[in-house]
Write a protein that binds this ligand. Structure first.
Ligand code: URP
Ligand code: ZN
Ligand code: ZN
Ligand code: ZN
Length: 488
């Protein structure tokens, strides 16, 4: 049973508003937000004086218990969620990978993997091939299974990648269902060519990974996906924006009025490719992900794009492998499992680089780590807000307390951490998930099975007015059509 909790005297932060108030939690939801709430002694009282009381983080991009590149991520729904909660994230949206191309089988498999959940979670669905069956199953996913977003891969040639014809089919299908189309934007054919080039040059180490897929291939695919989405007139969500090249395409599209969302991930905001020159294989291999972590400068530009609203929310792409798995690619970078950690570090690192550094306000912090994600996936204000009636997913963050990130104390099962040794301010001291204190005094108190699957409904705010825009688009053709008819 979930307890009654009073959070006293903190600065309560929503994306639109900030005030000093108490927050009262009962039966898993927020029952009151106002100053000086009086309660009986059956209520657990937490003092938040001088601290921020904020909606728990929502990570829009994770891969737990995923079979990928011949192995499986080391974090499953137990260890990945433990890490998330210890870092102040109370909901994540994971990518279901179809089983032998079947969305239904993939969905069932992921529901099983997620049975042990101790926090709320939702699903995106990856589309890894295209045919009539997939198209039909998409409708079932949207109408019956609570999925309102689909990720298409423009990279991973030979496995997940689909071509432009099929990408267009997928976009059209998303539009007709009111589901959001997401893309992994890298030119997979060119990446394949880049990899061959590296191997021919005798570059088989981890540096070959980054060198074979430069920012221009991410920029090209981002531009192409944006134009195809415009042609279909459907909203587009670009996942893991890692480069200036991709970011600038998103900026241009948004400036022209196109409905494009850009998601940078923590690794791209915080890290650069200086590891590339390490002569130690594992030191370099642990940073291998796709698109790659870029040279210094891209990180700062992506931070700036968050400040100005070109990019809207921060994910992690948490996808972890331990050293023995990374070592599968010791002789050939193409075999290094792609992915880095971040689910535990996101809330703290975004605070450190964006708020502590003076780049954004505390309200904007809540927006980019929680509220905007809830809004995009149709969960707001149940999630992403400290409002009466919202789910009691709450963190208490101490802006004056610092921490050091290290694999020795993190909660991921991975034996390494790409943020090893980083020190900074903004520590999540308390996490409340589903009305339960699950993280306090540096200790987890989690209940496997207590997390809920959060169904997400189609037609989010990005679809508002889309039909009107379609009419305008069609009517722009009518004048020439009339002229053609009268002259024949
Ligand atoms: O390297 C990455 N990003 N691994 C996870 C799969 C993906 O493309 O998001
Ligand atoms: Zn208020
Ligand atoms: Zn991807
Ligand atoms: Zn990913």
């Amino acid at each position: 049973s979930s307890s009654k909790i009073l959070i006293k005297g903190g600065t309560v932060v929503n994306a639109h508003h900030l005030e000093i108030a108490d927050v009262y939690v009962e039966d898993g939801s927020i029952a009151a937000v106002k100053p000086n709430i009086k309660v009986g002694d059956d209520v657990k009282v937490l003092d938040a004086t001088g601290k921020y009381v904020m909606p728990g983080g929502i990570d829009p991009h994770t891969h737990l218990a995923m079979e990928f590149m011949g192995t499986e991520t080391i974090d499953d729904f137990f260890s990945g969620q433990a890490a998330a909660l210890a870092g102040g994230t109370t909901m994540h949206i994971d990518f279901v990978i179809p089983v032998n191309g079947s969305l239904t089988a993939g969905f069932e498999a992921y529901k099983k993997k997620a049975k042990m959940s101790c926090m709320d979670y939702g699903f995106h669905m990856a589309i890894t091939k295209w045919d009539e069956v997939v198209s039909k199953e998409m409708e079932v996913m949207v109408k019956e299974k609570g999925i309102n977003s689909f990720k298409f891969f423009m990279a991973y040639k030979g496995s997940f990648m689909i071509n432009d014809e099929l990408l267009l089919e997928g976009f059209k299908r998303c539009k007709s269902l009111g589901a959001l189309a997401m893309v992994h934007a890298e030119n997979g054919d060119a990446v394949f060519e880049g990899q061959k080039r590296m191997i021919e040059l005798g570059i088989t180490g981890p540096e070959g990974h980054a060198l074979s897929r430069p920012p221009l291939l991410e920029g090209e695919a981002t531009a192409r996906a944006i134009r195809l989405a415009k042609f279909v007139n459907t909203p587009l969500y670009v996942v893991h924006v890692m480069s200036i090249d991709a970011m600038e395409e998103i900026a241009k599209a948004r400036k022209s009025g196109q409905r494009v969302i850009g998601e940078p991930v923590v690794s791209g905001l915080v890290l650069d490719d200086s590891w590339l020159w390490s002569s130690d294989f594992l030191t370099a291999a642990k940073y291998v992900m796709s698109p790659p972590i870029r040279s210094s400068g891209h990180d700062k530009a992506l931070q700036g794009a968050l400040v100005t609203g070109i990019l809207q929310l921060v994910g992690t792409d948490h996808c972890t492998f331990n050293s023995t798995q990374k070592a599968f690619g010791i002789d050939d970078f193409r075999k290094i499992p792609n992915g880095v950690n971040g689910i535990e570090e996101r809330m703290h690192l975004v605070w450190d680089i964006m708020v502590e550094s003076g780049k954004i306000s505390v309200m904007d912090y809540v927006r980019i780590t929680s509220s905007e994600c809830a809004r995009i996936f149709n969960l707001y204000p149940r999630k992403g807000a400290i409002l009466v009636g919202s789910d009691a997913d709450i963190i208490i963050l101490n802006p004056n307390s610092s921490l050091e990130i290290t694999a020795k104390s993190h909660h991921s099962r991975s034996d390494t951490n790409v943020y090893e040794g980083r020190r900074g301010k903004g520590k999540v001291e308390v996490t409340i998930a589903g009305g339960r204190v699950v993280w306090a005094n540096d200790e987890l108190n989690i209940v496997p099975g207590s997390g809920k699957y959060i169904e997400m409904t189609p037609f989010n705010y990005l679809f508002d007015g889309i039909e009107k825009a379609d009419e305008n688009y069609l009517s722009s053709f009518q004048a020439p059509v009339k002229r053609f008819k009268s002259s024949t």
